[in-house]
Design a protein around this ligand. Structure first.
Ligand code: THU
Length: 132
């Protein structure tokens, strides 16, 4: 299994590719799927601001496109201290594929906060509610 230091390094590499000309706030993400493979993402902004996609969701979309459905661990990094926590929308999307996922929140300054999605999103909406 990839270490958190390696996962953060991969998220940092992906962050270099962030397309953030409007906010200038670059974010990188890297997740470990249940297969053990790692998928990365960065934020992709748009001139029509609400169409922006966060780094976490870019990584998750890439993983799902590769056939993955379970997130074990996800690291996110930005130039922010304390480290910037995933937005509410990303928390729900992480929860969809990793209700027990560990979330590693890092800053480019080297600070790391490790938590889990149930702490970040208590009582998240569970797709099981739709199956009746
Ligand atoms: N952003 C992320 O990539 N992930 C988050 O969890 C929070 C925000 C991005 C979206 C936008 O491009 C920039 O950060 C400023 O909001």
């Amino acid at each position: 299994m990839v270490s958190d230091a390696e996962l953060i390094a991969l998220a940092t590499e992906a962050r270099d590719n962030a397309y953030a000309p409007y906010s200038k706030f670059k974010v990188g993400a890297a997740l470990v799927a249940s297969s053990g493979k790692v998928y990365v993402g960065c934020n992709v902004e748009n001139a029509s601001y609400p169409l922006t996609v966060c780094a976490e969701r870019t990584a998750i979309g890439t993983a799902v496109a590769a056939g993955e459905t379970e997130i074990v661990r996800i690291a996110v990094i930005a130039d922010s201290d304390p480290p910037a926590s995933p937005c509410g929308g990303c928390r729900q999307v992480i929860f969809e594929f990793g209700p027990d996922a560990v979330v590693v929140i890092a800053s480019t300054a080297g600070h790391v906060h490790t938590t889990d999605i149930r702490t970040l999103l208590p009582d998240g909406f569970d797709g099981a509610a739709l199956r009746r």
